[in-house]
Design a protein around this ligand. Structure first.
Ligand SMILES: CSC[C@H]1O[C@H](OP(=O)(O)O)[C@H](O)[C@@H]1O
Ligand SMILES: Nc1ncnc2[nH]cnc12
Length: 288
């Protein structure tokens, strides 16, 4: 199967320039409407599908992003890999605003979102011990190196519910006790859903602020975040392009992301809910 990169653009990233044969496509899914239409095309010959996570015009809040519809839509369009580009706060002095962090692990503290495609009538348990596809993460790190942006090869991303930013006490706990490196509001349950849909997932965190813990920096201001995002938009695009150029055109995932459902479904075939099974056509059709 030809590898196809789905890019989910976060805050400040609402389109991607320079796609050949570019077209915005409306995608219908059994999980409702995605955040927006999907921009499909080719970047340097590589098939790509770009979806603005919050919708053009920034319509969806982190809690109302239709995560299941977004992942289903990308799978339905033939994506094999999903790369998130996200704004994040930093818990590390050395991870400064403007830097990129290639996320290597997650702590999921979200609580008001649909977190699985599966449920009553078709129960499945996939492993998210390693939620990031190591190959896609390595390709992202290589791309960051190639374009010469300051980047950090690994970092744990804490996903909070939001939409408010953290208190000083929360920020210090995430940093000093839980040892998270960056904080954002959107990569969970997105990464978990990508695994359920057997898609390789990696995330590039664009650091925009020091959250609330830093004694020498004020509290998070959205105007500062937007300024940093705007200054970094071109780097984000160049990084995606360099990653696409390095992506092998064909072949399976060496880490098995594309077979995550092999032994995951517990519900006996004759006990499965046909309505749910039908909704799972794109996500789990390979094993159902
Ligand atoms: C604009 S600051 C808060 C907002 O930005 C991040 O979203 P995304 O990951 O889509 O770039 C963060 O998680 C919050 O949702
Ligand atoms: N400090 C922060 N907390 C949560 N999400 C963010 N996105 C950008 N900065 C953030």
């Amino acid at each position: 199967m030809e590898r196809t990169i789905g890019v989910i653009g976060g805050s400040g990233v609402y389109a991607i320039d320079g796609l050949e044969d570019a077209a915005w496509q409306q995608v219908t899914t059994p999980w409702g409407a995605p955040s927006d239409a999907v921009l499909t095309g080719r970047l340097d010959g590589v098939r790509m599908a770009f979806l603005p996570r919050h919708g053009r015009g920034h319509v969806h809040s982190p809690s109302t992003v239709p995560y299941r519809a977004n992942i289903d839509a990308l799978k339905r369009l033939g994506c094999t890999d999903v790369l998130s580009v996200s704004a994040c706060g930093s818990f590390r002095e050395e991870m400064a605003p403007g830097d990129f962090v290639i996320v290597s692990d997650f702590i999921d503290r979200t609580f008001a979102r649909e977190k699985s495609f599966f449920g009553t009538g078709c129960v499945a348990h996939v492993s998210v011990a390693h939620p990031v596809c190591a190959r896609l993460g390595d390709l992202a790190a290589g791309a960051a190196r190639e374009i010469g942006v300051t980047h950090h090869h690994s970092g744990t991303y804490l996903a909070m519910e939001g939409p408010q930013f953290s208190s000083v006490a929360e920020s210090r706990m995430y940093r000093d006790v839980w040892r998270a490196d960056v904080i954002g509001m959107t990569n969970m349950p997105e990464a978990k859903l990508a695994r359920e849909a057997e898609l390789c997932y990696a995330s590039i965190a664009m650091i925009t602020d020091y959250d609330s813990w830093h004694p020498d920096h004020g509290t998070v201001q959205i105007s500062d975040i937007v300024r940093t995002l705007t200054a970094n938009a071109d780097n984000a695009r160049r990084l995606v392009e360099a990653l696409a150029a390095a992506m092998p055109a064909h072949g399976p995932c060496p880490h098995g992301c594309d077979h995550a459902l092999d032994h995951a479904i517990l519900t006996a075939p004759d006990a499965r809910d046909p309505v749910l099974v039908a909704r799972l056509d794109a996500v789990a059709g390979r094993v159902l």
